[in-house]
Design a protein around this ligand. Structure first.
Ligand SMILES: Nc1ncnc2c1ncn2[C@@H]1O[C@H](COP(=O)(O)OP(=O)(O)O)[C@@H](O)[C@H]1O
Ligand SMILES: [Mg+2]
Length: 415
């Protein structure tokens, strides 16, 4: 983020203004200023040029709403967010008509305020880029994130499950996770849900179903409202072609805002399809020799198959202070930047055993924070600078050069 977004608070109630100032500071925004309604607000907004305007709406609602309307026509690119104690739908509707981007209910959680401000700024930025022709028109299908990796046991399913849960918990998006590991898929187990139907049923019925029918094939993860489409048994997988599965992915992507796909650790027609169809591929590897080596080989195989690779983002998982290999060496060996680092965390393993994604059950753990930040970025949001590439984790550079680095460094040449 270039700078911390600033907010102007517009409210005639001094106590409410004070509470809002606390919330603004608590959630890491900058306070641009504060003022009352009417001309006072118009002058303050023109002078201070805040990134966003927060207007308190109490009874009588006319004056705050007139102020919102005036500010909206004066500064159409500055998102206006309204906060209020009321739950009256008519007031909410009028506030939206007056140009509010969001209606926040009091008492307000700082995190809700932050998410709302960031979402409003994000959508404003996208609108501008779209007008400049730098972004395609809004897509007709949701974002597909394929979690891939050239090996088993590197954390693909863990990352896919936690990412999907975290995405579903971000406001206003519907998310489906598809278990396309045609070995032994374990997303249902990781989320402790019991599917009654699987992808094989959807493949069979695909000609008769449309978006409204998908609910019959998925099972809902109650804590996050994430929908889970499980894979069939390993034997049933054998009778499904990559093309049949692609049709299901197409339908799911036209139904949900975001689709997360978990995959096996094998290069096959099916997994290549999941890479091909993805908006973004999170390529999971650990810093272990075998994992890095297999990733390099798989990158080569995919480029020989002429898959476009710009969408592939490397996620380094289970980074631990005991790791002796520095990120720069890994990046050199992989021939691409590491997009994300997820630390090693015992809580992850416990969560896997219990069928509890740690982004819900241990949100303060280092790995959960990193996974939640990853979800925010995947959803197009922003996080504080510095947290991004380190995933909330500090690398400790090794005191002296270690031979493992030399070994990793030489893989690229050997293979
Ligand atoms: N960041 C991490 N820290 C600690 N353990 C992890 C981490 N990521 C994954 N694990 C553990 O590693 C094991 C394998 O993970 P899994 O997601 O099943 O891998 P894959 O899907 O690539 O085969 C699981 O027991 C999981 O809890
Ligand atoms: Mg797996």
């Amino acid at each position: 983020m270039a700078k911390t977004p600033s907010a102007l608070i517009v409210d005639s109630d001094i106590q409410a203004r004070f509470e809002m100032k606390q919330a603004v500071k608590a959630c890491g925004l900058t306070l641009a200023g504060e003022c009352g309604y009417g001309m006072e607000a118009v002058s303050a907004a023109t002078e201070l040029r805040p990134d966003t305007i927060l207007i308190g709406v109490g009874e009588p609602i006319e004056r705050p709403l007139q102020t919102a309307e005036a500010l909206q026509s004066l500064l159409p690119e500055t998102p206006i967010l309204v906060y209020s104690e009321t739950k009256d739908l008519e007031t909410i509707r009028k506030a939206m008509m007056a140009g509010a981007r969001d209606f926040l209910a009091k008492p307000l959680r700082p995190e809700t305020l932050r998410q709302s401000v960031l979402a409003a700024l994000e959508s404003e930025e996208k609108k501008k880029l779209r007008q400049l022709g730098q972004l395609p028109a809004a897509p007709t299908a949701g974002t597909i994130v394929t979690v891939f990796g050239a090996k088993g046991g590197v954390g693909k399913s863990t990352i896919a499950a936690n990412l999907a849960v975290a995405l579903a918990r971000l406001e206003r998006s519907s998310v489906c996770i598809m278990d396309l590991d045609n070995g032994f898929g374990d997303i249902a187990g990781m989320l402790d849900v019991k599917p009654e139907r699987t992808l094989a049923d959807m493949v069979r019925d695909i000609d008769q179903i449309d978006r409204d029918d998908i609910q019959r094939y998925v099972v809902r993860h109650p804590l996050s409202e994430l929908d889970v489409l499980s894979g069939p048994s390993v034997l049933e997988w054998r009778s499904l072609s990559a093309e049949q599965v692609r049709r299901v992915v197409d339908l799911v992507a036209r139904t949900y805002d975001k689709v997360v796909i978990d995959t096996s650790g094998m290069l096959s027609e099916l997994s290549e399809m999941t890479v091909d169809i993805a908006t973004m591929v999170l390529w999971v590897t650990t810093s272990e020799f075998a994992s890095v080596k297999d990733s390099i080989e798989a990158f080569r195989a995919l480029s020989n198959l002429s898959y476009s690779q710009e969408r592939i983002r490397v996620v380094m998982n289970a980074i631990s202070p005991d790791d002796v290999i520095r990120p720069a060496i890994l990046q050199d060996a992989l021939g691409r930047e590491v997009f994300w680092n997820i630390p090693y965390d015992r809580k992850v393993r416990q969560g896997t055993h219990l069928g509890q994604p740690i982004v819900i059950t241990a949100p303060q753990s280092t790995a959960a924070k990193s996974l939640a930040d990853l979800a925010t970025v995947v959803a197009g949001g922003r996080i504080e600078q510095g947290r991004k590439t380190l995933g909330g984790f500090k690398w400790r550079p090794s005191a002296e050069p270690v031979t493992a680095e030399g070994r990793i460094g030489s893989i690229a040449k050997e293979t």
